[in-house]
Design a protein around this ligand. Structure first.
Ligand SMILES: Cc1cc2nc3c(=O)[nH]c(=O)nc-3n(C[C@H](O)[C@H](O)[C@H](O)COP(=O)(O)OP(=O)(O)OC[C@H]3O[C@@H](n4cnc5c(N)ncnc54)[C@H](O)[C@@H]3O)c2cc1C
Length: 385
């Protein structure tokens, strides 16, 4: 094992969460390195990029809502800062979202969501089917009503990932383009990692941000390993020819026969249609059934999509946690922090995660808004009775 130069902070995993952590750490003056064979890859290459704090609200997730909203509020400044630092456009689009219902059951479900949103003090307006179609004329004539949420926006996650890699490089972050095979532990604290070629990368603090693989790293004590699992999502990309523009002016989503379907229109004419939600381990096969269901449901919502060229089909893995919320900050092992488990909101939560982790690396404490997401919440509930 040949040791290399030590970093103050070593981030394992260069998906958007690892990258934002590394960028913010480097900005605070930490000598920072990232280990990932393909930084900027990961789930962001598949994700739709909805910043959907309000339309993604679920019963029992009100604590997560606070963090989601805190991150959504940061987005305008965050996107502008990234563009200023890198010269790259990240596709941040303040377009709003329309969640619609196609039948009586969907309508009842959406009414409940509306009540929950209002109880939570969120901005969301109930519209008749006719008003929904006035806003988005490509919607199916059968739409029964919907919720207009002007505060749920979007970003292009591929552009975001690319900009974060560039921002890290500009801030002096060192990239090790290899797999980490194990955590190095010395004198009872995390001390770096070992890579696939046997190199030891020593570090003062280590951040585990390996997405859906976060529960798999050798050398992490069992009681510290995050309870993160992969949740597969298949996504389609279509392209809206100029003659069809504007096809949709905002994100449109619906619950069709109990499954979520959404259409996210980008400014450059790309239309993202997603997403399945499947517990299939680390399998990322695109299946005929997945593509069929997405097209069938999207077609029910916006019949005109069948005219559009289908340009890409892809599957990715959401890092799911037992309570659908991320695990952020210090663990029971000194020197090891987590930034993982962001599940279906990782793009939305990127800005707030960067700030929370940088603060934790500098002070050993989480920011107040991130405190409920300490990994220690699982350690406490899993004590033997
Ligand atoms: C279909 C789909 C749709 C989505 N839509 C949205 C959305 O609309 N809005 C939203 O907010 N979120 C969305 N998400 C969720 C979001 O994409 C994820 O939460 C987020 O990208 C997770 O980022 P991450 O960096 O934690 O993990 P990942 O993106 O999985 O990155 C982990 C990185 O770690 C690296 N790695 C793993 N193991 C090792 C190792 N041993 N050594 C070195 N490197 C390693 C990998 O190469 C990878 O680059 C979606 C996800 C999917 C799959």
């Amino acid at each position: 094992m040949s040791p290399t130069r030590s970093s103050d902070v070593l981030v394992l995993g260069g998906g958007i969460i690892g990258l934002v952590t590394a960028w913010r750490a480097a900005q605070r003056g930490f000598a920072t390195a990232v280990v990932d064979p393909e930084p900027g890859g990961g789930a962001a290459q598949v994700a739709a990029g909805m910043l959907a704090a309000v339309t993604e609200l679920h019963y029992g997730e009100q604590t997560l809502l606070g963090l989601n909203l805190a991150s959504a509020r940061r987005y305008p400044g965050f996107a502008a800062e990234l563009t200023e630092v890198t010269g790259l456009d990240v596709g941040y689009r303040q377009c709003g979202t329309l969640a619609v219902a196609l039948d009586a059951d969907d309508r009842a479900h959406l009414r409940e969501l509306h009540a929950l949103q209002r109880e939570s003090g969120l901005d969301s307006e109930w519209l008749s089917g006719r008003d929904c179609r006035r806003l988005e004329p490509m919607l199916a004539p059968g739409v029964r009503g919907g919720l207009r949420v002007d505060g749920d926006h979007q970003i292009d996650p591929r552009r975001l990932a690319k900009a974060l890699v560039t921002a890290c490089e500009r801030a002096g972050v060192v990239f090790h383009r290899v797999w980490a095979t194990g955590l190095a532990v010395a004198h009872g604290r995390a001390a770096g990692c070992v890579t696939e070629d046997g190199t030891l990368l020593p570090a003062g603090q280590v951040v585990l941000a390996t997405g859906s693989l976060s529960g798999q790293l050798n050398g992490v004590p069992r009681d510290v390993l995050p309870p993160v699992r992969p949740v597969k999502g298949q996504v389609l990309r279509l392209s809206v020819p100029r003659r069809h523009a504007p096809f949709l002016s905002r994100t449109v989503r619906a619950m069709v026969r109990g499954s979520q379907v959404y259409l996210v229109p980008r400014e450059d004419g790309e239309l993202v249609v997603g997403a399945t939600s499947e517990e299939q381990g680390w399998d990322t096969t695109v299946t005929a059934g997945g593509v069929y269901e997405l097209l069938r449901d999207a077609h029910e919502l916006v019949p005109g999509i069948t005219e559009l060229p289908l340009t890409e089909t892809r599957a990715g893995l959401r890092p799911g946690s037992p309570d659908n919320a991320p695990l952020l900050g210090p663990t029971e092992l000194d020197g090891l922090l987590l930034a993982t488990g962001h599940y279906r909101n990782g793009v939305l939560l990127t800005p707030v995660t960067g700030d929370a982790l940088a603060h934790a690396l500098a002070t050993g404490e989480l920011t107040e808004e991130a405190r409920p997401f300490s990994p220690k919440r699982f350690a406490l509930t899993e004590q033997p009775v």
